[in-house]
Design a protein around this ligand. Sequence first.
Ligand code: ACO
Length: 329
Amino acid sequence: MTERIRAGILGTGSALPKRVLSNADLEKMVDTSDEWIVTRTGMKERRIAEPGEATSDYAAAAAERALEAAGVAAEDVDMILCATVTPDMMFPATACLVQHRIGAVKAGAYDLSAACSGFLYGLANAVSMIEAGRIRYAVVIAGDLLSRITDYTDRSTCVLFGDGAGAVVLGPVEGDRGFYAFDLGSDGGGADYLCLPAGGSRMPATAETVANKLHYLRMQGQETFKFAVRAMAASTEKVLTQSGFEKEDIDLLVPHQANIRIIDAARKRFGLDEDKVVVTVHKYGNTSASSIPIALDEAVREGRAKPGDLLVMVGFGGGLTWGATAVRL
Ligand code: ACO
């Protein structure tokens, strides 16, 4: 009988722009205040890419760092997945641009669109391929430059978002390491809560759509907030039930970084101390799908996430979509 393959995380990486956009900067751009932003979101600053840069620049840098940490050569990678809603172009896939840039000569490559939940969807895809024995090494990247689709005259959204990318290298692992459970969900009935109306096949780009600012992200904040709190709790519960772990077994929760109040609601729901939850929202804002792998990479590099730790990663986003996973490092 062949032994069951279990996939796990071999290395992590991330890449962030150098330029900082602070609450004080935003106070000069729209009618807002540091006090409002900090109280309502927990955000103090976020990183913004330079003009001319694109998602693949950060995605490739994050992938290279993850490969280095994993000790896996780019030539040995079988599959590259990039979760993004801000690809360099509508097509080809940003993952293909990364494939070429990092020299992953034998890898397949594709993008995945599940908004802020995209990293979790990407993990589930790659883990299934590895555990089915079809591939050995995958690089799962989440990269977004949300600044490119943000209206910096709209105070209700422009204070929230930042740019960046995070990546992991996945491959077969031994012992009790690896992924134990996934929960993925969607509700297209909430498609209007978070969307980019124009530039797709329903409303192709025209001078009129641009004039009407329909190429910027739209969000119904309060509805999204209520959905987010529900989804984070329910999805975490599901992966704990599926994997047979208790909330006391969680060494570190790595949540999507959309709002400190949403993160705190999840933390309290599971009775976790603050040191068991990774928070980056104050310094990077909401970086969409990349917020989880960026937070994970920081936790690994700071020694907060150690080999043997049980991590729960959980997120939600446009679609609507949500997801969670339980993984032992
Ligand atoms: N500065 C000052 N005032 C503001 C700002 C701002 N930046 N933005 C909104 N306000 C005002 C509003 O106009 C409103 O004023 P009014 O009462 O006179 O009408 C007041 O502040 C309250 O606005 P609310 O929308 O009720 O504020 P709320 O407490 O809901 O916070 C927020 C808004 C931060 C957006 C919150 O709803 C939230 O975090 N929602 C979830 C967002 C989220 O998770 N997005 C995920 C995106 S995932 C992805 O796929 C990209």
